[in-house]
Design a protein around this ligand. Structure first.
Ligand SMILES: [Zn+2]
Length: 511
């Protein structure tokens, strides 16, 4: 059905029918909500036939409705399209306490899975999760020596510059910014502005973890199934320590079908927001969980914990055991890592000003009643004259594909690559199809966007005899995957060499 052909009144009737079908509003309240909707749009109510199917997404009806508004009406409703669309949808959504009570009721009656399934669907129906934008992403699997890695070109969200992320951490807090950051709980129901996203339809769930208040929400730009964010109720810096795992254990005990993990708490090796304590969770199995075991160790202080060193480009220790012994062992291991230096490998735990370089990317999964698998990824954020962006960060020859920080999701084997690559790979495939490096070099000399791929093109021409319509796209996808392997290898503090293996063994034996 072409929604553009419908009248405004028909769209509103279609919207009301869809809202009833999704149980967002009760049939009893249709008249009330019709009046609310017309009031919002400053129009006199008109009753029309509902001619749409209920399989059309709410946001698609609302977008069609937006298209029919005059510029004046749009301006009156909000500064951007996102703000206006969220405002219209928000007219029909109950307040946070109602949503929370509904989820809690489902949780008590049928368990966390049924409750979160409902909340996940609700977050999509209300367009808080940008399902339509996420569908634009391009994804594929790349077969590598470390197993299959997942590659996604992110076409739904703009990429962030690592220097801006680091500067944001150093910047003095602005006293009048509201909400203080994208994760603050004050975003719940916040209209948005030119430079802040619309959050009118945002509804969070309050959780008590490790005797503190946390809030649960889904990521608007989900990178994997049921990508959730667990947010500290206070705007305070990220910190990874023994308390982190107490919170993690409480979380997976409460929601056993979800994993939980976190970015590190320092720049370069972490995620994009260091100034608000938060974790990421979800109903998803990541590539690193299929990694093979390279070596197993017995810890004399923790005989009940099984410790494995994984064959994974980022240094990953896997710990298996019950909650109490794992919690102790992890606390010990984090302290041990924060105290570890190895000049031969370029690992220094603190700089001369006492700023910590060593960090942990932590992950936890519950596998049965008292059996958990924890992962500690060992990270370091030192820079040098040779590697000013980071020694254990994608090196410059990889920046044409990826220069952003390697955070939790990528460390787990899911690449989030910048949206610019879609057009660039298409342009590169056309160049490769000429099968003539001289012509390609000539064209590159006048194309500032593609010049950064010049060395890569040399390599591809050298590696592959010819490119055809049927092979070029697969070759490029495969080679992007190989680049991502290198990106992850750069981030590994212990490389997979005999000397590094020995150093890691010594590190573990001194726990
Ligand atoms: Zn905040």
């Amino acid at each position: 059905m072409n929604l553009k052909e419908l009248s405004l009144a028909e769209l509103i009737e279609g919207l009301l029918a869809k809202l009833v079908a999704t149980e967002m509003i009760a049939k009893r309240d249709v008249i009330y909500y019709r009046n609310q909707c017309y009031q919002l749009l400053s129009l006199n109510p008109v009753i029309a036939q509902c001619v749409t199917n209920t399989d059309i997404a709410i946001v698609d009806i609302v977008t069609a409705l937006y298209e029919q508004l005059s510029d004046e009406q749009r301006d009156r409703l909000g500064e951007t399209r996102d703000i206006v669309e969220a405002r219209i949808i928000n007219t029909f959504i109950a307040a946070p306490s109602y949503i929370e009570t509904k989820v809690k009721h489902l949780w008590d009656c049928a368990g966390s899975k049924v409750a979160l399934d409902w909340y996940y669907q609700f977050s999509q129906d209300t367009n808080y999760i940008k399902t339509r934008d996420i569908a634009r992403n391009e994804s594929w699997l790349s077969h590598t020596n470390y197993g299959d890695l997942e590659i996604t070109i992110n076409l739904s969200k703009p990429e962030k510059d690592p220097l801006e992320i680091a500067r944001a951490k150093l910047a003095p807090p602005t006293t009048n910014k509201y909400p203080t950051c994208l994760l603050c709980i004050e975003n719940e129901g916040y209209a948005g502005s030119f430079n802040q996203p619309a959050r009118a339809t945002h509804r969070m769930l309050q959780l008590s973890l490790n005797n503190r208040d946390w809030f649960f929400q889904y990521s608007p730009y989900a990178y994997y199934t049921e990508h959730a964010i667990i947010i500290n109720h206070q705007h305070c810096d990220m910190i990874i320590n023994a308390d982190t795992f107490k919170t993690f254990f409480d979380f997976v005990d409460m929601i056993p079908h979800y994993m939980i993990g976190s970015n590190t708490d320092i720049p370069i090796v972490g995620g994009s927001i260091l100034t608000h304590d938060h974790y990421q969770a979800g109903n998803y199995v990541f590539p690193f969980e299929h990694a093979t075991i390279k070596a197993s160790y017995m810890l004399s202080k923790f005989p009940q914990v099984e410790l494995n060193y994984l064959k994974w480009p980022i240094t990953t220790l896997q710990l298996i055991g019950g909650r109490a012994e794992l919690q102790n062992c992890i606390m010990h291991l984090i302290t041990h890592w924060y105290g570890y230096s190895n000049p031969d490998l370029g690992i220094y735990n603190y700089d001369s000003n006492g700023i910590r370089h060593n960090a942990i990317t932590p992950i936890l999964r519950k596998v049965s009643a008292d059996k958990y698998i924890a992962y500690l990824m060992l990270r370091n954020n030192r820079t040098s004259a040779e590697y000013p962006e980071g020694i254990f960060h994608p090196h410059r020859h990889l920046h044409h594909i990826k220069k952003e920080n390697i955070g939790l999701i990528e460390a787990m084997g899911l690449a989030i690559l910048p949206g610019r690559l879609k057009g660039e790979l298409l342009a590169l495939s056309e160049l490769l199809l000429s099968n003539d490096l001289t012509i390609v070099k000539d064209k590159l000399s006048t194309n500032s966007e593609l010049q950064k791929h010049s060395e890569w093109l040399d390599y591809l021409f050298h590696k592959y005899p010819t490119f055809t319509e049927s092979t070029v796209h697969e070759i490029l996808r495969h080679e992007v995957g190989m680049k991502f392997v290198e990106v992850l290898e750069c981030a590994g503090v212990f490389k997979h060499t005999p000397a590094h293996d020995e150093a890691l063994k010594q590190f573990i034996e001194t726990i």
